[in-house]
Design a protein around this ligand. Structure first.
Ligand SMILES: [Cu+2]
Length: 680
């Protein structure tokens, strides 16, 4: 047997092992599988599987996990995870089961590789997210939400919230690029964002820390009267793929520090559910004789689950029973009460996740300082509202439904339940922060089935299609806040850890750890890969990704030119392997330069970059893409420009010069040379 046929045979044998692994692995008898192949499987360097396992100190469970996650070169993952990138202001795209990072999507912050924030359009896009006149160049991306149709992910858009600055962004999954950033100027921070209604009619963003609505000032002593929360319903235009602020509205809420949200579906369609963590209305003051925020927030045994009838709210908006605050349409709190679109139900102490079951009948709440997952019944809640069976009202007149008559039951699952996701077999999976486990329990009987340890401090949890009306089961990912001892040490600031679980069998199995070294990836959603149909190239050539149409400045091959206009020098440039045309730009000191660059390539992955030294210019031009960048050539000098992607054998030669000639009276480089040679 020649070397190559032996390798081919080994490849075929490995494939057999993997296929059988999928069907037969009950107990992970890897050694027996190796024997099935006929001979012990051998690696390229000749070791048997047993020898490899011994040399690398791998257990059978390790090898099973490896077989379940290994992707031979060229094979694609079954799922995508879209995870918030935390402080980076980006989104992380991860393949499952391989747990390979596939992309960081630039959203709220400049990202040089994608040229995001370094050209006219993306720079302006980031600026649309500036607030109160302050440039914002960071974000705390928190909750990504995939667009839905009939309660299922449709693979078209992704929304992501910025907790720190109360902003929402829209990412188009055709090109994995950010298209829009909106903020209301109504609220100062959010946490309950983003969550979508079942047909993505609205993208929901709920405030977190109460403040006077609309960016006004009011002293903390007026907290109860002047400070407020709000839930914003951003209207989404599916055809245009953009949020329509003019058709969006908010509902004013008491200052209870609203937390996470989920939209009802099927049995609970038309409702939104939101937790609150500060019905105490504490506002800190540890140096002023009041309890600190943490204890002030956690004195009551119960907070309030907010039950919001958004379909009724839509009618109230249509009827014009709204006010404008900071230019935003708001249903004021007394109107919300009067119209019966806001009700409270007590919920266990300091809750976090509120999660609607796939059939929409149950709403699961985890109380961080409690040991239960509490399961509310939408049927009971609707009946209590219809019967006006309230146990009282809060200080703002909001009716409170009786706790015991609103719930279907509680499951004792451990200390610190946070967030719950679902599989296709009627099971729920709850992250349990203080105990540091993921708990699997039965939605039907409300019985705990099994726990698996997290390493360490599990926050959120995500499941394959787990927020939809039809979850897939198969995989659950634990998002751990701590990662000590999981990875090679990298100084005091460690990555966070995503841990992939196989939940297809009787017992949960830990398959893989993925360090996320970029920010606290708060939450994620997992979608079946074949639901996405990403673009390969921009068509037609000259497309501006933000407008998704041919840019008015798009440049055709052969029509490259430099035009001097009243507003400056317009350079119409093309990029194609391996040159820019024109490759020399001559301007005078102080002139404004408008670069219009089209990548003429139509080959998949034929990206060119474009950078100019010392001008903070770096573009990424995907095949067919057009970008514009404007700058003032305020310093005389010679500035090389070059392609920043290794695009071809002559990539280094894909370069040119920006020559900024000094104003009259200045000194040119040529003059310097001649002077030095004494020929002046
Ligand atoms: Cu290039």
């Amino acid at each position: 047997m020649t070397q190559s046929t032996a390798t081919a045979a080994l490849g075929a044998a490995s494939t057999t092992v993997v296929r059988r692994a999928g069907r037969l692995l009950a107990g992970a008898a890897i050694l027996a599988l190796a024997a099935l192949v006929g001979h012990p499987a051998r690696g390229a360097s000749g070791e048997s599987l047993q020898e490899l396992m011994k040399a690398r100190d791998l257990s059978e469970a390790d090898v099973t996990a490896a077989l379940k996650t290994y992707m031979p070169t060229g094979r694609h993952d079954d799922y995508y995870i879209f995870a918030s990138g935390g402080h980076s202001g980006q989104v992380v795209v991860i393949g499952v089961p391989s747990m390979r990072i596939l992309k960081y999507i630039a959203v709220f912050t400049p990202e040089p590789w994608q040229g995001y924030g370094f050209g006219d359009e993306t720079d302006a896009l980031i600026e649309t997210g500036d607030r109160h006149g302050h440039p914002l160049r960071w974000a705390d991306t928190h909750h990504p939400a995939l667009s839905e149709l009939k309660g299922d992910y449709d693979g078209r858009y992704l929304f992501i919230g910025d907790k720190a600055n109360a902003r929402v962004a829209v990412v188009d999954l055709a090109d994995f690029a950010t298209k829009q950033i909106v903020s209301s100027n109504l609220i100062e921070s959010d946490h309950g964002g983003t969550f979508v209604t079942p047909n993505t009619e609205y993208v929901i963003e709920a405030s977190q820390y109460p403040a006077p609505l609309g960016g006004k000032y009011a002293p903390l002593e007026q907290f109860n009267d002047e400070y407020r929360g709000a839930m914003i319903f951003w209207k989404f235009d599916r055809d245009k793929g953009r949020i329509v602020p003019e058709q969006s509205f908010a509902i004013e809420l008491p200052p209870y520090a609203q937390d996470l949200v989920d939209a009802g579906k099927l049995a609970s369609d038309g409702f939104a559910f939101c937790n609150s963590i500060n019905t105490e209305r504490a506002y800190g003051g540890d140096l002023e004789g009041r309890p600190p925020m943490e204890s002030g927030y956690s004195q009551n045994d119960m907070d309030y689950l907010h039950v919001i009838d958004w379909k009724k709210a839509e009618q109230v908006v249509k009827a014009g029973k709204t006010e404008k605050i900071a230019g935003f349409t708001v249903i004021r709190l007394p109107v919300a009460v009067e119209e019966g679109l806001l009700h409270f139900v007590p919920e266990p102490k300091s809750p976090h996740g509120v999660d609607v079951s796939p059939d929409g009948k149950d709403i699961v709440v985890g109380g961080k300082l409690d040991t239960h997952a509490t399961v509310y019944s939408i049927e009971k809640i609707k009946q209590l509202i219809a019967d006006k069976k309230f146990e009282g009202t809060d200080p703002y007149g909001v009716p409170i439904l009786p706790f015991k008559e609103s719930i279907r039951g509680q499951v004792e699952i451990g200390l610190g339940p946070l967030h719950t996701v679902f599989d296709d077999k009627g099971n729920a999976y709850t992250s349990v922060f203080i105990e540091s486990v993921a708990a699997k329990w039965s939605l039907k009987d409300l019985k705990l089935i099994e726990k698996i340890p997290a390493h360490y401090n599990i926050g959120h949890i995500t499941a394959a299609e787990g927020d939809t009306v039809s979850p897939d089961g198969k995989y659950v990912v634990m998002m751990d806040k701590w990662a000590l001892d999981r990875f090679a040490p990298v100084g005091p600031l460690l990555p966070q850890n995503f841990q992939l679980l196989d939940v297809s069998g009787e017992h949960m199995q830990l398959l893989a750890d993925l360090p996320i070294p970029l920010g606290e990836p708060h939450y994620a959603q997992m979608i079946k890969a074949d639901k996405l149909k990403p673009l390969e190239v921009y068509k037609p050539v000259g497309t501006n990704p933000l407008t998704e149409t041919k840019d008015p400045h798009a440049v055709e091959g052969g029509k490259e030119r430099i035009d001097r206009k009243p507003d400056g020098v317009h350079v119409y440039m093309t990029a194609i392997r391996s040159h820019f045309t024109p490759d020399i730009i001559r301007v005078k000191e102080g002139e404004t330069v408008h670069l219009h660059i089209t990548n003429l390539e139509q080959a998949y992955d034929a990206t060119h970059g474009f950078a100019i030294d010392s001008h903070n210019i770096q573009l990424s031009l995907e095949p067919g893409e057009h970008a514009n960048v404007t700058f003032v050539a305020d310093k005389p000098g010679v500035f090389p420009m070059y392609c920043t992607e290794f695009c071809s054998a002559l990539h280094l030669e894909m370069a040119g010069y920006l020559l900024v000639e000094p104003k009259a009276g200045g000194t040119t480089a040529k003059a310097d040379t001649t002077a030095a040679k004494g020929k002046k």
